[in-house]
Write a protein that binds this ligand. Structure first.
Ligand SMILES: *[C@@H]1O[C@H](CO)[C@@H](O)[C@H](O)[C@H]1NC(C)=O
Ligand SMILES: *[C@@H]1O[C@H](CO)[C@@H](O)[C@H](O)[C@H]1NC(C)=O
Ligand SMILES: *[C@@H]1O[C@H](CO)[C@@H](O)[C@H](O)[C@H]1NC(C)=O
Ligand SMILES: *[C@@H]1O[C@H](CO)[C@@H](O)[C@H](O)[C@H]1NC(C)=O
Length: 718
């Protein structure tokens, strides 16, 4: 109750919305905030806030600033900012923000004075670009972005004439990726130099990768962390050009000049490593820090922090002592004033946390800062290391901003989230899983939760499989939305089984060749733990849902006796047959997870295949599969649905022709939630028939679960 009151008070001061329950319409329409980016002197931060409205079917947005001091109120600088794409401080003064205006076919660079709100168009690109980084120096303001480059190295023009036919011909693997088919165009890094007053173009738009045969930023999730700028050079991260992109994850860091006549040169990181990421220049640009995976072909290998010394021929050394630091940071940055001090951001036990790393003292491991919930981005405030601006979120909160102070090792709230639920809505628990290892999970309670009542359970399983449920906000698979939906609400349980990230390398790696075993056993034991520990769970009204690998696991469960403990199942873009994984695009992924290529180790693909157990499928099942999902092609959903229909199992198929592995369009997301919740609510409602489907029809769910627990080793390691 105390928490509730305090949050309510905060809500008045920061115009945040404290709600006791949340619907999917609320979450989809609620303001979505970007990270907050402070100006150089550290007195003011800029961010955007965009919202979608179902009534206008349009996005609106605002560009806002907030002073970095207690009690500050946000100020709207641009009220109609729906077209504002990426932004960055110009850096030449402390008042100008540059942003990409994406309203037309040709992206334009605009500036805004955050004091007066005066904005101006500075430059129109000859095509569409995204991502923005700036670097101010004596020469002027360097502006760097990315877009599709034609084989001639030009930015792809929207006016390029259409081809006569639409045929695409290939002679090597990797013909499509995520949601697009490969063409002759490649992503590239383009930039220009403006005068300090932003009034003249001093160096025209240049493709810095022209003729190099490399592609950056790296698809399918191009990120500004794939390049970084110094006064006279940039560093880009690109996949190893001599290796098959379908078979390899290896990437290289290239240090390049701001010209279109670069020689490929020798990449910084030596060949033989895996995926590298996040190359960043030190303040005096004599060093580059970056994250390095040692194993090629394994996209979820541990990131190790490396520092390359450009004064020493680019020699690299790891500064986290190999694997002594058993976490895998996702981002690295330098302090603004020191050549020996880094900040790392990454997952740690179901949260996103921040570490500092002093590399001047040999043997020192990263030091974790005391932060709340999950930190999604960090920026130094001003030129010292004393304070950090954190952009964070939680299961119960969308993005909020905090100021972290090293002196007290604590953070104070700067701006509360637009959407906030009571902290009491979330709990955590641990249980003993497979191999006697401790496994972690979250429990999310419905609105007005009363532990003396009984609630249906929604058991959600994450994808990846090397990923995790974290204490962070999401507009897709938001556990609080599942908890508050349905006539009685749901108690929602999200478990991080073997294969999950944030619990150390061994726990993540252990899923290799074991998709259907250790994680499955963890989920069985986790479910048993919940039903024995939480009396408010009505075991006769449980549903389970998952996407991607989570959908694989739902299909795997459907074929097991465990499938019978659930009243309904939901598979979103899941795997029906692991054999079909070789119809995917990043072939290194099944090759790593199933112990070799399809040809080399076919048995590895048969081992834990949901299709093998389809004869037992009996529980009502909702299938979603989208046309633009090239990671798990739509035939996976069609196969599952056709089999369910043939077996006479109550089932539905929801298909979006214009969505990929994820449902991103707001109106589609609304439909997704509506159809899924209608389906699961039908089977989990108090009035629904208690009759079970399939083999266990005369037993209670608890009896079946006990049998599954007793037999699980035999079931899996037959
Ligand atoms: C974006 O560009 C369009 C077309 O020039 C203009 O009307 C609009 O005001 C611009 N929006 C912003 C936020 O700069
Ligand atoms: C940071 O930006 C604000 C707004 O432009 C400006 O007033 C302030 O002077 C800047 N910080 C400092 C200390 O210069
Ligand atoms: C990709 O990997 C497979 C399996 O190891 C191998 O047979 C094939 O030659 C590789 N292709 C390329 C282009 O390296
Ligand atoms: C990292 O550095 C430590 C010592 O500084 C060394 O023992 C270890 O082999 C290095 N590991 C890698 C992967 O470079």
């Amino acid at each position: 109750m105390k928490t509730l009151l305090r949050s309510a008070l905060l809500a008045c001061f920061s115009s945040a919305l404290l709600v006791s329950a949340i619907s999917y319409d609320d979450v989809i329409q609620a303001p979505r905030r970007s990270e907050a980016v402070p100006n150089k002197s550290g007195t003011l931060a800029v961010y955007t806030e965009t919202s979608y409205s179902f009534s206008t079917r349009a996005w609106s947005g605002a560009l806002k600033t907030i002073a970095l001091e207690a009690g500050a109120e946000p100020k709207t600088v641009i009220a109609d900012a729906a077209d504002v794409g990426d932004l960055a401080w110009a850096g030449s003064d402390d008042a100008t923000v540059l942003y990409l205006n994406t309203s037309g076919e040709y992206t334009a660079l605009w500036s805004v004075d955050v004091g007066s709100g005066a904005k101006a168009k500075i430059y129109e690109f000859p095509g569409s670009v995204s991502l923005l980084k700036t670097h101010a120096s004596a020469a002027g303001v360097r502006v760097v972005t990315s877009g599709w480059a034609t084989p001639a190295g030009e930015l792809l023009s929207p006016d390029a004439p259409a081809k006569e036919d639409t045929g695409l011909l290939y002679d090597s693997t990797f013909v499509r990726h995520w949601d697009y088919w490969l063409s002759e165009n490649r992503k590239s890094v383009f930039g220009l130099l403006l005068s300090a007053d932003l009034k003249t173009v001093k160096e025209p738009l240049t493709n810095y990768l022209k003729g190099l045969g490399i592609e950056s930023p790296i698809m399918p999730f191009p990120s500004a962390s794939d390049f970084d700028l110094a006064a006279d050079k940039l560093v880009v991260n690109a996949k190893a050009p001599e290796l098959s992109p379908a078979n390899n994850t290896a990437t290289y860091f290239y240090v390049l000049k701001y010209t279109d006549t670069n020689e490929p040169g020798k990449p910084l990181n030596k060949a033989g490593l895996g995926a590298c990421s996040s190359p960043v220049f030190s303040p005096d640009a004599t060093k580059i820090a970056g994250l390095v995976m040692l194993e090629n072909g394994y996209e979820s290998d541990q990131n190790i922090v490396y520092v390359y010394d450009l004064n020493d021929g680019g020699a690299g050394k790891n500064v986290t002592y190999g694997r002594a630091f058993d976490r895998s940071p996702g981002a690295v940055m330098w302090a603004p004033d020191r050549e020996d001090y880094l900040v790392l951001v990454g997952e740690d036990v179901g949260k996103e946390v921040v570490w500092t790393l002093d590399i001047s003292t040999p043997g020192l491991l990263p030091q974790k800062l005391s932060t709340t919930h999950s930190v999604s981005s960090v920026a130094f405030i001003g030129s010292s290391t004393a304070k950090l601006l954190l952009s964070s979120s939680a299961i119960v909160k969308s993005t909020y901003f905090e100021i972290y102070d090293h002196a007290t090792d604590s953070a104070t709230l700067l701006l509360d989230a637009p959407t906030t639920l009571p902290e009491s809505r979330v709990g955590e628990f641990w249980f003993t899983g497979s191999r006697e290892v401790k496994v972690h999970g979250f429990i999310v309670y419905p609105e007005n939760f009363d532990p003396k009542k009984k609630y249906p359970l929604a058991f959600l399983i994450h994808g990846g499989p090397q990923s995790a449920w974290t204490d962070s906000w999401s507009t897709r698979w938001n556990p609080a939305v599942w908890a508050d939906n349905g006539p009685d609400g749901y108690v929602v349980v999200t478990i991080n089984p073997t294969g999950s990230t944030s619990y150390g390398k061994e726990f993540t790696d252990k899923i290799q060749n074991n998709w259907g075993s250790y994680p499955y056993i963890d989920l069985v034991l986790g479910l048993e733990y919940c039903y024995k520990s939480f009396e408010f769970i009505d075991t006769e009204r449980m549903i389970a849902a998952g996407a991607s690998y989570g959908g694989y696991m739902i299909n795997w469960i459907q074929g097991s006796a465990l499938g019978r403990v659930f009243k309904a199942l939901v598979t979103h873009d899941g795997v029906f047959s692991t054999l079909n994984q070789y119809g995917s695009e990043e072939l290194y992924f099944p090759a790593h997870d199933f112990g070799g290529s399809f040809v080399e180790n076919t048995r590895g693909y048969y081992k834990f295949n949901p299709m093998n157990r389809m004869y037992h499928w009996a529980t009502p099942h909702f299938i979603v599969h989208n046309a633009l999902d090239y990671r798990l092609p739509e035939s996976e959903g069609l196969l599952a649905f056709n089999v369910l229909q043939e077996l006479g199992v109550p089932s539905k198929l929801l298909h979006f022709p214009d969505e990929n592995h994820w449902v991103l369009k707001p109106d589609n997301s609304r439909r997704w939630h509506k159809e899924i919740f209608e389906f699961i609510n039908t089977y989990s409602s108090a009035s629904a028939s208690t009759k079970r489907s399939g083999a266990g029809e005369t037993k209670t769910a608890a009896q079946i679960l006990e049998e599954v627990v007793d037999n699980v080793e035999r079931e899996i390691f037959f």
